[in-house]
Write a protein that binds this ligand. Structure first.
Ligand code: NGQ
Ligand code: ZN
Length: 480
C-alpha cells in the first residue's frame, strides 16, 4: 500500500473510532427515550388497544391509546410486571437436590438441614453468580422486582466480612447485571427457637445483635445507593429467631420501608409458639407489633378464622409462596376466606425451586380448588377472569410489600412484559382471557422491560449466556 493512502486510511480509522466513542458517550449522557407500541395493554385503569408507551429515565413518560404504531417498535400484549415479594436467591443452586428420600420421614426441617449444609460452601462470588442466575429466570418468568429476604451475611466461620454488607453488595451487583428491581430486606436473626434459644452452628452465618444489625442496615443502604429505584426494608426472620424485645428494638430501623417476617409456615412452629407464649404466631404478632400496610407476613399459612379476619383488616400483605409451600409440605393458606374478608396478598418464589410468576398463581388457585372442590375461587365475582384478578391482586399486594406501586400509568416505572398473542395457548383470546391462558394454559412471555430497558426478548434474558456460563462454573466447584 502506498504511504499516503495508508496515512489516509489510518486517519479515517482514528476519526471514525473517536466518532463512535463520542456518539456512545453522548447516548449515555442523553436520558434514553424509547417508544414502543403494543397491540393492547393492561393499563392501571383497564385494557386499552393500540397503545404507544414513551419510556424515559426508567419511567413511562407518556401513554397514547388508539394510535398507529408509526416507526415505534411493535410488541404484543403488555402486562405490568409481577413483583416477587419473597426470595432467598442462593437456594436456587440447590433446587432439585433435596428431592430424594432420607432415612426417617422427610419434612421442612430435614430440608432445612440440607439447605444449611449447602450454604456452608457459599462465598460472596458464588452468591452473586447464583443470584444473577435466579434473577435472569425471574425476569424471564415475568417478575420485574424481587424482595430479597437476605440472611446469609457472614463468612463460613460466622465471622463478619470486612464490609458488613459484603453479601448485600453482591445482591446489588447481581441486580445491576440483570436489571431486576431490588427491594433488599436485611434479615435480623438471633435465636434458634422461641424463648431466645441460642443459635445452632448451622445458623452462625445469619446472626446479629440489635446493634450490629443497625450497622448492617445502614451499610446495606449504602451498598444499594447507586442502584436505580432500589428499596431497603428489614426482616425479622421469624418469631423463632427474634425475641419480643428485639422485635421492638429493630422495627424503627425500617424507617418507613417494608417489614417482612416468616410467620406461621409449619404446624410445629405454631405449636411451639403456643407453648412458649400461649398465642398462635399471627395473633401474637398482631398483639405485639403495629401490623399495618408496611408489613408483609410471609407464609401466614396456618391461621384460624379470627386471625384471618384480623390480618385481612390490618392492611398488611400476606406473602404467599405457593410453589415452595407445596414443595416443603407447609400446608394450604385459606385464601378464599382471606380474600372474602378483604385481605391483600402477593406472591414470592421463596426457595426458587422453580421460578415462574404464572405458575405461582396457578398453584395458589389449584390449592384452593383441591381444598374446596370448586373452580375459579379467587376470581372476585361472577363473570370475572380468574387469571386477570389473580394478576392484579398479586401485583398490587406484591408492590405494596416491596415499597413500590403496581400498574402501568404515566409516571410509573416502565416495568412490564409482553405476550405474543399468536402463541398457540393465546391465539384468539383478548384482554383478561389472555391472562387466563398465561396462568392456566401455559402461554408464554415474549419480552420483558424493566426500568425502561428491554431485558428479555423472545423469552430470553439478554445476558443469559454469560450469566449462565459463570453459574455453571460456580456450581461445578460447589457440587464437586
Ligand atoms: C429460610 N425458608 O429462611 O430460608 C426458610 C427456612 C426457617 C422458608 N421458610 C428456614 N421457606 O424458616 O427456619
Ligand atoms: Zn423464606
Amino acid at each position: 500500500m502506498r504511504p499516503p493512502l495508508r496515512t489516509a486510511l489510518i486517519c479515517i480509522y482514528i476519526f471514525s473510532t473517536v466518532g463512535v466513542c463520542l456518539v456512545t458517550v453522548m447516548q449515555n449522557l442523553e436520558p434514553e427515550t424509547r417508544v414502543v407500541w403494543c397491540q393492547s395493554a393492561l393499563l392501571a385503569d383497564g385494557w386499552a388497544r393500540d397503545v404507544k408507551f414513551t419510556l424515559a429515565e426508567g419511567r413511562i413518560a407518556r401513554i397514547d391509546t388508539d394510535v398507529a404504531p408509526g416507526d415505534a417498535a411493535r410488541l404484543g400484549v403488555a402486562l405490568p410486571g409481577m413483583p416477587n415479594l419473597h426470595s432467598h436467591a442462593f437456594q436456587r443452586a440447590m433446587a432439585g437436590l433435596a428431592e430424594h428420600r432420607g432415612e426417617g420421614s422427610d419434612s421442612f426441617w430435614t430440608w432445612r438441614e440440607v439447605m444449611y449444609r449447602f450454604l456452608e460452601r457459599l462465598n460472596p462470588e458464588a452468591v452473586q453468580a447464583i443470584a444473577a442466575m435466579a434473577q435472569v429466570e425471574m425476569l424471564e418468568g415475568g417478575f420485574t422486582r424481587v424482595g430479597e429476604f437476605h440472611y446469609l451475611h457472614h463468612a463460613p466461620d460466622g465471622g463478619a466480612y470486612d464490609d458488613p454488607a459484603e453479601m448485600a453488595a453482591r445482591m446489588a451487583a447481581a441486580a445491576e447485571e440483570t436489571g431486576i428491581g431490588l427491594t433488599l430486606l436485611p434479615v435480623f436473626y438471633a435465636h434458634s427457637g422461641f424463648g431466645g434459644a441460642a443459635p445452632t452452628p448451622g445458623q452462625r452465618r445469619f446472626i446479629h445483635d440489635v446493634d450490629s444489625f443497625g450497622v448492617l442496615v445502614e451499610a446495606s443502604r449504602r451498598a444499594l445507593a447507586n442502584l436505580p429505584d432500589a428499596v431497603v426494608g428489614i426482616a425479622p426472620h421469624s418469631l423463632r429467631a427474634v425475641t419480643a424485645e428485639e422485635l421492638t428494638a429493630i422495627t424503627p430501623l425500617a424507617a418507613g420501608g417494608p417489614i417482612h417476617i416468616h410467620i406461621a409456615e409449619q404446624t410445629q412452629e405454631v405449636d411451639a409458639c403456643l407453648a412458649a407464649t400461649g398465642q398462635r404466631p399471627v395473633r401474637w404478632l398482631m398483639n405485639h407489633a403495629e401490623v399495618d400496610e408496611r408489613w408483609c407476613l410471609v407464609h401466614a399459612t396456618h391461621i384460624n378464622a379470627t386471625e384471618t379476619e384480623r390480618l385481612a383488616k390490618s392492611g398488611a400483605i400476606a406473602g404467599l409462596c405457593p410453589i415452595t409451600e407445596a414443595n416443603l409440605g407447609d400446608g394450604v393458606f385459606p385464601a378464599v376466606s382471606y380474600v372474602a374478608a378483604g385481605g391483600a396478598f402477593g406472591i414470592g418464589s421463596d426457595s426458587n425451586v422453580l421460578i415462574d410468576a404464572a405458575e405461582e398463581l396457578r398453584i395458589l388457585e389449584y390449592g384452593q380448588r383441591l381444598t374446596h372442590r370448586g373452580r375459579n375461587l379467587l376470581a372476585l365475582g361472577a363473570g370475572r377472569s380468574n387469571g386477570g384478578d389473580l394478576w392484579r391482586a398479586a401485583g398490587t399486594g406484591g408492590a405494596q410489600a416491596l415499597g413500590v406501586r403496581f400498574g402501568l400509568r404515566r409516571g410509573a416505572p416502565a416495568d412490564f412484559l409482553t405476550l405474543d398473542p399468536s402463541h398457540p395457548a393465546m391465539v384468539g383470546r383478548a384482554n383478561d382471557a389472555l391472562i387466563d391462558s398465561l396462568v392456566f394454559a401455559g402461554g408464554a412471555i415474549d419480552t420483558v422491560w424493566r426500568h425502561g430497558r428491554q431485558v428479555v426478548s423472545g423469552g430470553r434474558h439478554q445476558a443469559r449466556d454469560a450469566i449462565q456460563a459463570r453459574y455453571a462454573e460456580t456450581l461445578k466447584v460447589l457440587l464437586a
